[in-house]
Design a protein around this ligand. Structure first.
Ligand code: FE2
Length: 256
């Protein structure tokens, strides 16, 4: 509220962050009006660059300052999560060239996420931040210095970018199609997210060696290192066969 009545310094941290917000909101509006792909691609590239820099200075400097002054933790956690979702979409867009069916939808969802984030930041976080005991001009200068550094040297890869780079290029065009494809084949959606079998090769080997059936040993040694569950299944099958044989033997013995 104070900002409506007081002329704030141009270096003020909140003024600077608000300028960034206005710039990306302008790009989102421009995208909605753009009529050709070339223009749209230019807007997407500009918006992504702005967003990467803005998110980095907030995460490196602004949010930690607010956290150190005990500004509403829940709001800041939410802001972190909104950044995370935005960075996932940005990482996917970075792997696309604009020809994909979902490219425009992805950028639209990114813009909606960011507009919501800006609304919460300006409406809830900034007013609370303004009350803390911090020199906002000094903070603003720090943000500006880091921003210039990032513009000159580039933004370091985010965790989300590293994660996405492991996925095959083009596999993220339609999330629904990807999910369908993976579920039909029975393969996990993301291999790197699936825990490896808890059965350790050594432990399983020792289990196999206690089974006197030679066939079990062979089966186990071939499959152990690949799929723990398959090895377990094979072992129980062999054990069942062994038990059936023993039962049969006992029956013959009893019948004598
Ligand atoms: Fe922001």
């Amino acid at each position: 509220m104070l900002e409506f009545f007081t002329k704030l310094d141009d270096n003020d941290a909140l003024v600077l962050l608000r300028k960034d917000h206005d710039k990306v909101k302008g790009l989102f509006e421009e995208f909605e009006k753009a009529e050709n792909l070339r223009h749209k691609k230019k807007i997407v590239a500009d918006a992504i660059k702005e967003l990467k820099i803005h998110a980095t200075i907030e995460e490196e400097i602004f949010y930690p300052t607010l956290r150190s002054k005990k500004v509403d933790k829940d709001l800041l956690n939410e802001a972190d999560e909104e950044h995370h979702v935005a960075k996932l979409l940005i990482a996917e867009l970075d792997q696309m060239d604009g020809s994909e069916e979902h490219w425009e939808a992805k950028f639209t969802v990114l813009s909606e996420n960011i507009k919501h984030h800006i609304k919460e930041e300006e409406g809830e976080i900034f007013p609370k931040a303004r009350n803390i005991d911090v020199d906002f001009v000094i903070l603003g200068k720090k943000l500006q210095a880091r921003k210039e550094q990032l513009m000159k040297n580039g933004v370091p890869s985010s965790a989300e970018e590293k994660m996405m780079s492991k996925q095959k290029k083009g596999s993220n065009d339609s999330p629904a199609q990807n999910a369908k494809k993976f579920s039909v084949s029975g393969k996990p959606v993301a291999k790197h997210l699936v825990k490896k079998p808890a059965v350790k090769a050594g432990a399983a080997k020792s289990k196999a060696s206690t089974a006197k059936n030679g066939a079990v040993k062979n089966t186990m040694s071939k499959k152990i290192t690949v799929k723990g569950s398959a090895a377990k299944k094979s072992m129980s099958k062999s054990m069942a066969m062994k038990n059936a044989k023993a039962g049969h033997k006992n029956m013959r013995h009893a019948s004598r």
